[in-house]
Design a protein around this ligand. Structure first.
Ligand SMILES: Nc1ncnc2c1ncn2[C@@H]1O[C@H](COP(=O)(O)OP(=O)(O)OP(=O)(O)O)[C@@H](O)[C@H]1O
Length: 252
């Protein structure tokens, strides 16, 4: 873990008006960073800003050392993959073709055999090659989420952005998705920034956690340094932090 893959400095960004204000975050290679905060705090907007999908008023965003605001969509797509929140494909398309779509930033009119190999190998690596010929609109939420993550991995960037990848998943699939993400971070040395609502999942899997509130970053900590006062201040609920198997667990 070392270099900043994502560096956001003093960013004020939003839509017609700013939504997030003076936000600074960074994610290094080999690091999984969780972005937490109440509904409407500005987490998805920050992700959209990094992707060039929202209006930057002030500040800068560097991806892999390059000024993201000077990059075109294709250049960003070669560095950054994105799994949006609650992304549901309603039309019938094979799971394999969804994964292959990750290779679009590199393709001409048709995929090369290299692109096809990457898609096959990525599905194998995540243990979901058995889903390859299934239609994505007929998969369970957890299976479909793993396919979308495989698509993002096949894209082969240095930074993966995920918006609530575990929402709507049962406990087993939540753990499965987070295990896959932390394995990819370790094995490939990529950087992952993911929004999450489940504090205990974040404490278990994230290397660091940022907390946003009213468009600002109000706390940054590693799981071992969590103080209950942060949760109380931001969410307004009383909590107790206990240690279980050497890890902090929040009890409401
Ligand atoms: N396209 C948009 N145009 C204008 N305002 C928007 C747009 N999208 C979101 N907002 C506003 O920006 C603010 C932050 O929303 P955002 O979706 O970033 O929050 P969030 O922290 O991701 O919330 P949640 O946890 O509910 O997903 C909200 O007040 C929201 O209404």
């Amino acid at each position: 873990m070392g270099n900043d893959v994502l560096e956001v400095r003093d960013l004020t960004c939003g839509y017609e008006k700013p939504v997030i204000k003076d936000v600074s975050v960074n994610v290094r290679d080999g690091e999984l960073v969780a972005l937490m905060g109440p509904n409407g705090a500005g987490k998805s907007t920050l992700i959209r800003c990094i992707l060039g999908m929202a209006r930057v008023f002030r500040g800068f965003i560097r991806i892999d050392g390059r000024d993201a605001m000077r990059m075109n969509r294709r250049e960003i797509a070669r560095l950054v993959s994105y799994v949006p929140q609650g992304y549901v494909v309603t039309y019938p398309i094979r799971a394999f073709d969804v994964v292959l779509m990750g290779r679009l930033p590199y393709m001409g009119l048709r995929p090369s055999s290299f692109d096809v190999d990457i898609a096959i190998n990525t599905m194998r690596r995540l243990g979901i090659e058995y889903l390859a010929n299934r239609m994505i609109n007929r998969l369970s939420g957890g299976e479909a989420q793993l396919v979308h993550i495989a698509r993002a991995i096949a894209q082969g960037g240095v930074l993966m952005l995920l918006d609530e990848p575990t929402s709507n998943l049962d406990i087993k699939h939540q753990v499965m998705v987070m295990e896959v993400l932390s394995r990819i971070v370790r094995e490939d040395g990529i950087a992952v920034l993911t929004t999450m609502h489940d504090i205990n999942l974040a404490l278990r899997y994230a290397d660091r956690i940022y907390v946003m509130h009213n468009g600002r970053v109000v706390a940054e900590f590693s799981p071992g340094n969590l103080s209950p006062s942060i949760i109380e201040e931001v969410y307004g609920v009383k909590t107790t932090v206990i240690e279980h198997n050497g890890r902090p667990v929040v009890i409401v």
